[in-house]
Design a protein around this ligand. Structure first.
Ligand SMILES: [Zn+2]
Length: 208
C-alpha cells in the first residue's frame, strides 16, 4: 500500500500548481479536476506523462519505478481508464449529486478494477507479517498501483472522516484528521483565505 500523502516529509507536495492536500493519494486523484461542477472544469491530467508525474508527486510510485513508463504505446487508453476510475470515485463520495444508475456503474467499475489486481505476496520470516505489493515494471503496473491506492482508501473509508471543501465552487475532497474534526477547507491558504476575505468584506459592508 502506498504511503498517505500526509505521511511524506515534504507535505503538501505540489503537482502542476495543485497542492496535494487531501491526505490520501486516491482523494488527491479525484482532486486533479478543479471546478468539476462548473462550466469549464480544469483537468490537470492531460497526458499519460502527466499521470506519471502526478503518481510520482503523490508518492504512488518512486523515481526508480517510473523508469521506462514514459514510452507507453497505450498511454492515452490507460489515462482514459484512470479518468473513468477517478470520476467513479468522485461518484462514490457524492452519491447525492448523481443518479442511482450512475452510482451503480461507478461501484461496478471500481469493483472490477480492484478485482483485477495481482499482488506479490511475501510473509516476513522474522515477524510473520504479510506484505502485499505491486511491482511497477510496465505502464499497466502504474495503473494497478493507482487502483491499489483506491482499494486502500475504500478499505479504510469508515475510519476516515472524508469531507468536501466548503469553499465557493470548490468540490475537493479531503480527510479531516484535525482533533476537533472541524476542518472546512481543502487548503487554508486558498479556499480558507478566500472565505475569510469574503466574510471581512461582508462585515465591512454591513457596518457602513
Ligand atoms: Zn477548496
Amino acid at each position: 500500500m502506498p504511503l498517505a500523502a500526509s505521511q511524506t516529509p515534504d507535505y503538501p507536495p505540489v503537482f502542476r500548481g495543485l497542492s496535494l492536500v487531501a491526505g490520501h493519494p486516491a482523494l488527491d486523484l479525484v482532486n486533479t479536476v478543479k471546478y468539476r461542477g462548473a462550466d469549464r472544469p480544469q483537468d490537470k491530467l492531460k497526458s499519460f506523462s502527466d499521470l506519471i508525474d502526478w503518481a510520482l508527486t503523490a508518492g504512488i510510485i518512486s523515481t526508480a519505478d517510473s523508469t521506462g513508463l514514459s514510452d507507453a504505446q497505450n498511454g492515452p487508453a490507460l489515462l482514459g481508464k484512470i479518468r473513468v476510475l477517478r470520476e467513479s470515485l468522485w461518484c462514490l463520495f457524492n452519491a447525492d449529486q448523481t443518479d442511482k444508475k450512475r452510482y451503480a456503474q461507478a461501484l461496478n467499475t471500481i469493483e472490477k478494477a480492484i478485482s483485477s489486481l495481482r499482488y506479490k505476496v511475501k510473509i516476513d520470516p522474522q515477524t510473520g507479517t504479510l506484505r502485499q505489493h505491486i511491482t511497477v515494471r510496465t505502464p499497466n503496473d502504474l495503473i494497478a498501483r493507482i487502483v491499489d491506492s483506491i482499494a486502500d482508501l475504500l478499505t479504510r473509508r469508515e475510519s476516515y472522516l472524508i469531507k468536501t471543501c466548503d469553499g465557493c465552487d470548490c468540490d475537493w475532497l479531503f480527510v479531516d484528521r484535525t482533533k476537533a474534526r472541524r476542518r472546512r477547507w481543502c487548503d487554508t491558504r486558498t479556499c480558507g483565505n478566500l472565505a475569510r476575505s469574503r466574510n471581512f468584506r461582508n462585515k465591512q459592508k454591513q457596518s457602513h
